[in-house]
Design a protein around this ligand. Structure first.
Ligand SMILES: [Zn+2]
Length: 177
C-alpha cells in the first residue's frame, strides 16, 4: 500500500513521529539522521494505524483559519452576528442587549442571564446556514434558558432543519495555518 505523506525534518526530534491531521494529512517528522529508506519502512510499519486514523477524519468539514487573519475575522463576526441577530430578533419579537464576539475554544455561542449574547469569532468562517443556526440558538435562549421542547420549537420557527444543521456543526473542525 502506498501512503502519501508529508515529511518534516526536525533538528530537535530524536525519533520519528507520525501525525494524522483532522484534514487527513499524514505528517512524518524525522530527525535529519534518518534516511529515506528507514522513513518509508516506518510509514509502512504503521500503515494500519494511519489508515484507521485517516478513515476517522472522513465526513469532517474542515475549515482553515489563518492565524494572522483572526483580528479581521473577529471584526467580521461581530458585524455578522449583530446583523443576523437584528434580523432574527424582528421575527421573534425579542429585544437585543449586548452582543460580543470572543475567542472561545469549544463554544460557539452563549447567552447570559442578563440577556447578553456572545459568539465565537469562528462563526465568520462557517457556512452561512450554520452560522445562522448558532445565532438563532442563542437568540431563543432569551425566551427559553434551557434545551427543552419549547426551546427547540422556537428554533424550528426559523431553522426547521436544525437537527441536520447541528449534525453538520458537530462535523466542523477548525484547523489553524
Ligand atoms: Zn443552548
Amino acid at each position: 500500500m502506498h501512503i502519501p505523506y508529508q515529511l518534516k525534518r526536525s533538528t530537535r526530534a530524536r525519533t520519528m513521529r507520525l501525525v494524522v491531521h483532522p484534514d487527513a494529512r499524514v505528517v512524518v517528522t524525522a530527525p535529519h539522521a534518518f534516511g529515506q529508506d528507514s522513513i518509508e519502512r516506518f510509514v509502512v510499519k504503521h500503515s494500519d494505524w494511519i489508515e484507521r486514523h485517516v478513515k476517522q477524519t472522513r465526513g469532517r468539514i474542515v475549515i482553515r483559519v489563518w492565524r494572522h487573519k483572526i483580528p479581521v475575522l473577529k471584526k467580521r463576526a461581530l458585524v455578522m452576528a449583530s446583523e443576523r441577530c437584528a434580523h432574527f430578533a424582528a421575527t421573534y419579537g425579542c429585544t437585543l442587549k449586548k452582543i460580543t464576539v470572543r475567542a472561545q475554544k469549544s463554544r460557539w455561542g452563549s447567552c447570559s442571564r442578563e440577556g447578553n449574547l456572545s459568539f465565537n469569532y469562528k462563526i465568520a468562517v462557517l457556512p452561512p446556514h450554520i452560522a445562522d443556526y448558532i445565532v438563532v440558538h442563542e437568540l431563543c435562549h432569551l425566551a427559553e434558558m434551557n434545551h427543552g421542547k419549547k426551546f427547540w420549537d422556537l428554533v424550528a420557527k426559523t431553522v426547521p432543519e436544525h437537527k441536520t444543521t447541528r449534525a453538520e456543526l458537530r462535523r466542523v473542525v477548525v484547523v489553524y495555518d
